[in-house]
Each structure stands twice: as structure tokens, then as C-alpha cells.
Design a protein around this ligand. Structure first.
Ligand SMILES: NC(=O)c1ccc[n+]([C@@H]2O[C@H](COP(=O)([O-])OP(=O)(O)OC[C@H]3O[C@@H](n4cnc5c(N)ncnc54)[C@H](OP(=O)(O)O)[C@@H]3O)[C@@H](O)[C@H]2O)c1
Length: 191
């Protein structure tokens, strides 16, 4: 997903494997980075945008020919698309560049939903809060865990299956009247 031709290659292999019809595309791959503003390099920035935004944009472009009435796309966004996460401060690490890639994805979701709606194709985002995975390894420290729990109404860390269940719902026909939306999956964060 981070190389210029990676998304096209993935789409071509997908088409060889599944044939000429795709019901559901879940764009989940992503990379993150937390650093002080001064700590970001051009390489960091390009890698975040190449993987999270460019890769997803061209994956959708390349797979659209095998999507049709009833197909749908679910993009994994983040709470960071809409809210500032962490403790703001020049000396504190921030995920601002990563968060902005998710903001870009949510803008794409609304545009794709508008463009593809007449074809009967739905496009939505899910926006997880802090979920216990490799990406959020700061939650493995007591301080990190406290920051995460401090912003949530529900007092436990989110798990991958908390997000997967919502993705499964959005991708299903039960969500047939939802498109262009971003669904928070964050235990009531930043209320
Ligand atoms: N964890 C959180 O707190 C959190 C919160 C909000 C949103 N999210 C989003 O949730 C999604 C999943 O993240 P995660 O938490 O599961 O993080 P993760 O454990 O770091 O997993 C990232 C996933 O992205 C794939 N990936 C990364 N770079 C790739 C590349 N260049 N090409 C293809 N695949 C690539 C990884 O594949 P490999 O395993 O093969 O490397 C892995 O499957 C991401 O979009 C992330 O931004 C996570």
C-alpha cells in the first residue's frame, strides 16, 4: 500500500483470486506515527500519506470496475480525523500528521459516497478510538492507559473485535440506508 504501484498490484491479484465481482472492500491497512512537531521528517510525512491515503485512493479506483449495485466500501478512519488526541503541547508527542491522513480519508468517503450512490454502491468510514493493537503500544504503559481511559466514557480499552463487529454491520445489508457516514467506535471518547 505504500509503493506507487502497490495498490494496483494488490487489486490485480485480488481480481485474479475472486473474479469479476466484489461485494465488500474494507480498507484497513494503515500506519501511524507520534512525534513532536519538530520531530517529523519528510519521509515520515510521505510514508503516512502514501500508505493511508494514496494507497486507499488507488485501491478503490482499481477495484471499482468489479463493484456494482449492492457492493460497499468501509474505510477504517480514526477518532483523530475529528478530535485532537493526546495532550497538546510543543514538547508532547502528537499524531497530527496521521490524524490528517484520516481527515483526508473521511473527505474521500463523502465524495465516493456521492459519486457512487447512483450506482447503488455505499461508502462509509468507521472511526475507532484507542484500540489495543501494535499501533497503540503506548497503552501498554500505565500512563498511556490512563490517557486512553481518561477520554472515554466506557472504562476499558477497545479491542479489535469491537471495531470488527461494527465493520461487519456497516458492510451488511442491515446498514443499507447508511452511506457517506463516519461511525465512531470509541467507547464514548471526548464526549
Ligand atoms: N489501534 C488503534 O488505536 C487505532 C485507532 C484508530 C484507527 N486505527 C486504524 O485501524 C487500522 C488497523 O490498525 P491496527 O491498530 O490494527 O494497527 P497495526 O496492528 O499496526 O496493523 C496495521 C495493519 O496495516 C497493515 N499495513 C501497514 N502498512 C502496510 C503497507 N505498506 N501495505 C500493506 N499493509 C500495511 C499491516 O499489515 P502487516 O501486519 O502485514 O504489516 C497491519 O495489518 C489502521 O487503519 C489504523 O489507522 C487504529
Amino acid at each position: 500500500m505504500s509503493t506507487p504501484d502497490g495498490a494496483a498490484l494488490l487489486a490485480s491479484r485480488t481480481r485474479s483470486a475472486i473474479g469479476d465481482h466484489l461485494d465488500v472492500l474494507v480498507a484497513n491497512a494503515g500506519v501511524g506515527k507520534a512525534a513532536r512537531i519538530a520531530g517529523y521528517t519528510v519521509e515520515d510525512f510521505d510514508n503516512l500519506y502514501a500508505t493511508n491515503v494514496r494507497g486507499t485512493f488507488f485501491l478503490v479506483q482499481q477495484l471499482l470496475p468489479i463493484m456494482s449495485e449492492g457492493s460497499n466500501i468501509v474505510v477504517v478512519s480514526s477518532i483523530g480525523a475529528r478530535f485532537v488526541v493526546g495532550v497538546p503541547g510543543l514538547e508532547n508527542p502528537s499524531i497530527l500528521a496521521y490524524a490528517s491522513t484520516k481527515g483526508a480519508l473521511e473527505t474521500l468517503v463523502r465524495n465516493w459516497a456521492a459519486i457512487l450512490g447512483p450506482q447503488g454502491i455505499r461508502v462509509n468510514a468507521v472511526a475507532p478510538g484507542v484500540i489495543e493493537t501494535d499501533m497503540s503500544n503506548f497503552t501498554k504503559t500505565d500512563a498511556g492507559r490512563e490517557v486512553a481511559l481518561g477520554m472515554q466514557a466506557l472504562k476499558r480499552l477497545g479491542k479489535p473485535e469491537d471495531v470488527a463487529d461494527v465493520v461487519a454491520f456497516i458492510a451488511s445489508d442491515n446498514a443499507r440506508w447508511i452511506t457517506g457516514a463516519s461511525i465512531p467506535v470509541d467507547g464514548g471518547s471526548k464526549l
